[in-house]
Design a protein around this ligand. Structure first.
Ligand SMILES: Cc1cc2nc3c(=O)[nH]c(=O)nc-3n(C[C@H](O)[C@H](O)[C@H](O)COP(=O)(O)OP(=O)(O)OC[C@H]3O[C@@H](n4cnc5c(N)ncnc54)[C@H](O)[C@@H]3O)c2cc1C
Length: 430
């Protein structure tokens, strides 16, 4: 039994770990490659099938320190990459809110980060990769060779074959750490105004929202914008992190997240971050605040939790307040939610989630039908606004919502390897 991050999807599947890119695939059952299983729902589970655990494909192949190009096997994690490149003045071109992910998972979900407005998604930096199909073919994929498989595999949810290695461009950052401005703001409209003012001045921004606030305060929160420090470090700095582990007993019983703990946490957070402050921050803390608490997903208890992430186009951006009102009234939302604007840079991925608009993401403890009903209503609001839901975070979207979110899914289905499948794919595409 292997779980995804939300602990709601527990795939009853056989796990086959491979160490070399030429190792045999298991036979007889449908296949799905997996990385660190940091996806929240069922894109990384394959009930009654096999999963190919790629985390032992963890070798670096080539690092061009002059031009900032890295080639590595698909099971290498973002944290391992940072350890290699940061001392040489390079940084990840795009990173999500955790460094516990593999490069294969980053390509297959075409992940995005706090710099989407200036950089686009991770797929924009992928130069080429190897793709191993179940019929034994190994395809070199780039803009010229197998360009159709290149487009289908970026954001292709592990369904087009096993990504064996990836070549991608890095970003110059003589100093990995950042100068942060933390700005308390009062409403969703303030968030929009701050985002607009920030897009040209700051490389990174994200906002933490109090999902309990409603009425004219709906969307209030703390806006965090940052740029890398300009002073070059005197000596090479190795990434460091101290990780606290959630005790094993947590997670076996009830969720620690409830309306009382939520109210208290949000109040404390907003109080601690009131007003406007400026400070320098080590990159580990700015980009990966949750990585400091290993297995934090266990606080939701044995029933687990769902994440909801949508993006709505700018012309319908005000619909986000309807979602925030609904979530506040339901009292089900979890600790701070994330709001962010996404920019115009188009991904090469046929199935990429990233697109221009406003994205909202937050966790919900699994309260059974109370939660699934709420998700259905939120989905309808997003559908009405011509928005999309993110498969990496999803466990509940409907067939109709998937088709609306990914209008090229029929074209994509021609590139799905006939031996590959996932719980997600069987749920949303038939
Ligand atoms: C705390 C936290 C914060 C996050 N923040 C963000 C964020 O800001 N932005 C964002 O975009 N995402 C975010 N995520 C989601 C996460 O970045 C993605 O789910 C990512 O894809 C997980 O990578 P993984 O290695 O764990 O892959 P898995 O979750 O194991 O798999 C993800 C997908 O990749 C496929 N896959 C994995 N390896 C391969 C391979 N070798 N070949 C082919 N397919 C493969 C799988 O089949 C699956 O479809 C966050 C997750 C967490 C837990």
């Amino acid at each position: 039994m292997t779980n995804s991050w939300g602990n709601v999807n527990r795939g009853d599947q056989s796990v086959h770990s491979i160490q070399f890119i030429t190792d045999d695939f298991p036979s007889g059952k449908s296949l799905l490659p997996i990385g660190m299983r940091r996806s929240y729902g069922d894109v990384c589970t394959n009930s009654n099938g096999s999963v190919i655990d790629s985390t032992r494909l963890s070798r670096f192949i080539r690092f061009d320190q002059v031009n900032g190009v890295l080639v590595c096997e698909s099971g290498v994690t973002f944290w391992e990459i940072l350890n290699l490149i940061v001392p040489y003045g390079w940084f990840l071109p795009v990173t999500p809110g955790t460094s516990f992910i593999t490069i294969g998972g980053a390509v297959a979900n075409d992940v995005h980060g706090k710099n989407h407005h200036v950089a686009g998604s991770f797929g924009c930096f992928v130069r080429s990769f190897g793709l191993r199909r179940s019929d034994g073919q190994v395809l070199l994929c780039d803009n010229v060779h197998n360009a159709d498989y290149f487009a289908a595999t970026i954001g292709g949810l592990g369904l087009t074959g096993l990504i064996t290695w990836v070549e991608f461009s890095l970003k110059r950052a003589p100093n990995p750490d950042v100068h942060v401005e933390s700005i308390e703001y009062r409403s969703y409209r303030d968030f929009l105004a701050l985002s607009e003012a920030t897009e040209k001045t700051h490389e990174y921004h994200v906002s933490w929202v109090d999902c309990l606030a409603n009425g004219s305060s709906a969307g209030r929160g703390v806006f965090l914008r940052a740029n890398h420090l300009s002073e070059t470090l005197d000596s090479a700095r190795k990434p460091t992190r101290t990780t606290r582990v959630v005790p094993a007993v947590v997670g076996k019983g009830w969720s620690l997240v409830n309306s009382v703990s939520l109210r208290l946490f949000n109040k404390l957070y907003l109080h601690r971050n009131s007003g406007t402050r400026e400070y320098n921050e080590v990159f580990e803390k700015y980009f990966y605040p949750l990585d400091a608490i290993r297995d934090w997903n266990r606080i939701y208890g044995r029933k687990g939790f769902y994440q909801f992430q949508c993006v709505v186009p700018f012309e319908n951006k005000l619909i986000i307040t309807d979602l925030l009102e609904l979530i506040s009234k339901s009292g089900q939302g979890s600790f701070l939610s994330v709001l962010k604007t996404m920019g115009e840079i188009e991904s090469p991925g046929m199935m990429s989630f990233s697109r221009p608009g406003v994205t909202l993401a937050l966790d919900f403890p699994n309260l059974g039908t109370k939660t699934t009903d709420l998700f259905r209503t939120m989905e309808l609001i997003v559908a009405h606004a011509n928005g999309a839901l993110y498969p990496a975070k999803d466990a509940l979207m409907s067939v109709e919502m998937f088709k609306q979110s990914y209008p090229r899914c029929d074209e994509f289905s021609h590139y799905v390897d006939p031996a590959f499948s996932s719980d997600f794919w069987r749920r949303v595409y038939h």
